[in-house]
Design a protein around this ligand. Structure first.
Ligand code: SF4
Length: 516
């Protein structure tokens, strides 16, 4: 261990900054710089984190620590089990600044505004200069997004995505998009029909190694009451495993990914989706590599344009876009609540114990795997939260705690903006709201459910359906002027008053049965 007078610069590497290729600054000086990492307990308790998420971060960090050792790079690493002088990142950093007195701290912009604020405050109070640098993992620089956003009233994904395609040459044929269209979403909305998915790939994930098995024991011991069951933990915790997972997805799942990306099926959590969001968000996987390999699959006629474009849009478009929104609008974005939602989060979100088969299936899956694909998040869990009026900050915290790929920069815009419409339309042009008929069309959840997706009132009324009509009724005024809601609002206006009363009664009785 170096002593205080040897250290020039403390290079902080956070748990979601494990970019093996880019973590060292260009002017890194091995004799005077030291890398600093900490497994701070507060990062698992700040939101009531799923055990999968805790294991994923800590095991990935410990593998990264081994990489530092193998490269013989000097580092300070705080192990969760030995944090004698503080449980928060701020406390641990403060102690080390007092101990080593570096002349400077180098920090890549954190993906969580709360963490950035704490680390800035600690360095300021200790009088040590903080060099905050833009994250080289992302394709769009922070300033570039700011320039894009300047003067625009609404920030839709589509035009931003097209700009990035042009600029970086993904799926381009000269100045035009390959296939003649920028977006093939209309081909990507099929359900499985009654017969279900035909043999989705089963060989997914990674068998936990010795380090991960040890972390699983630690997490079960230290966080016994946290949600989640680690029996099925299989997330890739190194760049090598992350790339293998990417290759497996491209080989076995990408050809059908687009067509069935909105479909759901009981007992089939991953279907044709990739498991790359988690390693991407911890920087174990380079988005450029994922984009390149997906495009190569199209060029080799292995996967159709609609599937490849859909995947590329998620990574080059959506991922970069939500990060831009986050950096532009935090911290106020997190507390937006344009629809005035005031219900508390029901307890069953943490246990999966509900008689709604779709919610039960999606929530149990998250507890068992830390995973859910985007339609399960948006059109089942998010939809329920929105139409039942759960407070956006509470559902946002639940999403942040529950998914293995969750980091604040990605979760907050997805939940506050896209899923809950709590930003009043900055991101989405209308709320994503639907009845149980949508879930029935896109899945087999309703088949064994005690409710009937077609019923909006009465004993078997589907809560999604009664919540949907009640939601439209409640927001008649504010949503009535939105041209994209006009058809839904016309249907509401055609509804008989007595029928609407019965629906609201069914909604009230459902919410009364739901314990907060
Ligand atoms: Fe979900 Fe309603 Fe279908 Fe039951 S009937 S699974 S609650 S959508």
């Amino acid at each position: 261990m170096k002593d205080r007078c040897d250290i020039n610069r403390l290079i902080i590497v956070l748990g979601d900054q494990l970019d093996y290729k880019r973590f060292l600054p260009d002017d890194y000086d091995q004799s005077n710089d030291i890398i600093w990492m900490a497994e701070a307990e507060e990062e698992s308790t700040n939101v009531f984190s799923n055990k999968h998420r805790i294991v994923y971060f800590i095991s990935s960090m410990r593998h990264f620590r081994n990489h530092l050792s193998e490269r013989k790079l000097p580092f300070i690493y705080h192990d969760l089990e030995n944090n004698e002088s503080g449980k928060s990142l701020g406390d641990l950093l403060k102690r080390d600044l007092e101990k080593y007195r570096p002349s400077e701290i180098r920090l890549v912009k954190p993906g969580d505004h709360r963490v950035e604020k704490v680390l800035k405050e600690v360095s300021y109070k200790k009088g040590i200069k903080l060099d905050l640098v833009d994250d080289p993992h992302f394709i769009c620089r922070e300033k570039e997004f700011q320039q894009y956003a300047e003067g625009r009233k609404s920030l839709r994904l589509e035009f931003f995505y097209r700009d990035l395609r042009r600029k970086h040459g993904f799926l381009m044929d000269g100045k035009n998009p390959v296939g003649g269209e920028w977006n093939f979403d209309k081909e990507n909305r099929q359900s499985f029909g009654k017969s279900g998915p035909s043999s989705p790939p089963t060989d997914r994930g990674v068998t936990p190694d010795k380090i991960t098995r040890e972390v699983i024991k630690v997490v079960n011991r230290r966080f016994p009451d946290h949600p989640g069951n680690l029996d099925l933990f299989c997330w890739p915790v190194t760049p090598v495993d992350a790339e293998k997972e990417l290759d497996r997805f491209i080989l076995d799942a990408l050809p059908l990914y687009g067509r069935f990306q909105d479909a759901m099926w009981m007992g089939e959590p991953t279907l044709y989706h990739s498991l790359t969001a988690a390693p991407l968000n911890l920087r174990l996987l380079d988005p450029r590599l994922a984009l390149k390999k997906a495009e190569e699959a199209f060029q080799a006629n292995h996967a159709p344009i609609a599937a490849v474009e859909g995947f590329i849009r998620q990574i080059l478009g959506w991922r970069e876009y939500v990060r831009g929104i986050y950096n532009l609008h935090m911290p106020k974005y997190r507390s937006l609540n344009s629809l005035g939602a005031e219900q508390s989060l029901p307890k069953f979100f943490w246990s999966g114990k509900t008689d709604m088969a779709c919610m039960q299936s999606c929530l149990t899956q998250v507890l068992e795997t830390g995973y859910g694909h985007h339609i399960q998040r948006l059109m089942v869990i998010g939809l329920y939260a929105q139409t039942s009026g759960i407070r956006p900050d509470e559902i946002n915290d639940w999403f942040l705690a529950s998914y293995v790929d969750a980091v604040d920069w990605v979760t907050t815009p997805n939940v506050i903006g896209m899923s809950q419409f709590a930003d009043g339309g900055l991101m989405a042009s209308k709320p994503y709201c639907a009845t149980g008929a949508y879930i029935n069309r896109m899945s087999n959840y309703c088949k064994g459910c005690r409710y009937d997706p077609k019923q909006s009132s009465g004993e078997h009324a589907c809560p999604f359906t009664s919540l949907y009509w009640s939601f439209l009724d409640k927001h008649r005024e504010s949503l009535g002027s939105n041209p994209r809601m006009s058809m839904q609002m016309r249907n509401l206006q055609r509804m008989d008053n007595e029928k609407l009363k019965q629906i609201i009664k069914a909604k009230d009785s459902h919410l009364a049965r739901t314990e907060s």
